[in-house]
Design a binder for this molecule. Structure first.
Ligand SMILES: [Zn+2]
Length: 390
């Protein structure tokens, strides 16, 4: 077995809750706080793995729901697991699929047992239990596995929020027990989806619990305490960034994080803008993922040190300056705003590629600055500088 998953805190900011750490995974050590680009179908859209490595990405997120439906986790497993399949020797986190099932065209139905859902591809019916979600992710070979949870849209009624938060805790218990039985060899890794035991590649993946509870502090506290009692290698704060006001999101993220163990990584799911990363790192969050940099890039929306710009705007037609004059990425060193605008206007494939590269560079650069500020004990200063804006 390769060395098990471990989280090590290397610096704490004296004036905020921010901390810098090292996440030891079977596929490398990751510096935190970390932003994970989203590789939905085992690919981060419009950018290849060489470029991701060049950008310094060492932890990617892949979507269990999408890979389960296409090409199928058995196919990925036959091709050597997700790392070999997508040519990615670094770490991978897979989400459980619950969020996609509930958010994609409302094709899901939840019961105590799990999710009954229809494929958005061909309408075929499927069932995913908390145990199945563990099995699928193990057969994909992820380094970090997320438990199946029920995430609600905002706003939700108090009753629905309570039901989802408590169901998620019961599913957490099932996921934990099932995962542990597989790791100790007491249970075959197959339930209704029937994947075989994970391939022989040595690894010791981590299982993360997810705290739900909407914007209700009492439910969040209850859920966090019960999750911690079950004991996970890391904890995610789910069910935020689903439409609630920003200040509420920050407040609930901070409140939830304060009820999670200091020595475990905290992952705020689906967040966010560069400003959100700065705000939430200050509140003790270690891990983030979001489609924003990549999705926005494909929609010609670019992140810069002066705020977002829509590169399709006619004002950039004859602009010889780079996307962001302070950016050191290879896109900004080589191409002008005028050229990028032309590529988007002409619907050239290169437009999405260059924009994606730049946006991810911007995000990773932001994370590097966050980490440096924490390590030098100056996060408070950095935070207030970002808040006052460009
Ligand atoms: Zn750039």
């Amino acid at each position: 077995m390769s060395s098990p998953f471990r989280f090590e805190i290397v610096a704490r900011d004296p004036n905020t809750r921010a901390r810098a750490g090292l996440l030891h995974t079977p596929h490398g050590v990751i510096e935190t706080p970390v932003f994970m680009p989203v590789g939905t179908a085992a690919t981060v859209k419009a950018i290849d793995q060489d470029a991701l490595e060049e950008l310094g990405v060492r932890l990617l997120l892949a979507n269990t729901y999408h890979l389960y439906l296409r090409p199928g986790h058995e196919t990925v497993q036959q091709l050597g697991g997700l790392h070999r399949f997508m040519g990615w020797p670094h770490a991978i986190l897979t989400d459980s699929g619950g969020f996609q099932i509930m958010s994609l065209q409302g094709l899901g139905k939840v019961t105590e047992e799990g999710f009954h859902f229809r494929s958005h591809l061909d309408g075929s019916t499927h069932f995913l239990s908390p145990e199945d979600a563990v099995n699928v992710q193990l057969s994909l070979g992820a380094d970090i596995i997320m438990m199946l949870d029920q995430c609600l849209a905002y706003p939700a009624t108090e009753e629905a929020t309570r039901r989802a938060a408590r169901l998620t805790v019961r599913w957490a218990r099932r996921a934990r027990q099932h995962f542990d039985r597989i790791q100790t060899g007491d249970a075959p890794a197959s339930v209704s989806t029937g994947p075989r035991r994970p391939n022989s590649e040595p690894r010791a993946p981590a299982l993360f619990g997810i705290v739900q509870g909407g914007v209700d502090r009492e439910l969040r506290r209850e859920a966090a305490e019960q999750m911690v009692e079950l004991g996970f290698e890391g904890y995610a704060i789910g069910g935020l960034a689903v439409g609630e006001p920003k200040e509420v999101m920050y407040e609930i993220a901070e409140f939830t994080a304060s009820h999670l163990p200091e020595e475990r990584p905290r992952y705020l799911m689906g967040v966010g803008t560069p400003a959100d990363l700065v705000e939430c790192a200050a509140r003790g969050v270690d891990m983030f993922d979001c489609v924003l940099p990549t999705r926005n890039a494909r929609n010609a929306c670019l992140f810069t040190s002066q705020g977002r710009i829509s590169i399709r705007n006619a004002r950039y037609a004859c602009d010889p300056s780079p996307v962001d004059p302070t950016c050191l990425c290879r896109v900004c060193r080589r191409y002008s705003r005028g050229y990028l605008r032309h590529l988007f206007t002409a619907r050239e494939v290169l437009a999405a590629m260059l924009a994606t590269y730049h946006n991810l560079y911007f995000y990773l650069d932001t994370m590097m600055k966050i980490r440096q500020a924490i390590c030098s004990g100056e996060y408070g200063t950095y935070w207030s500088r970002v808040r006052t804006g460009p």
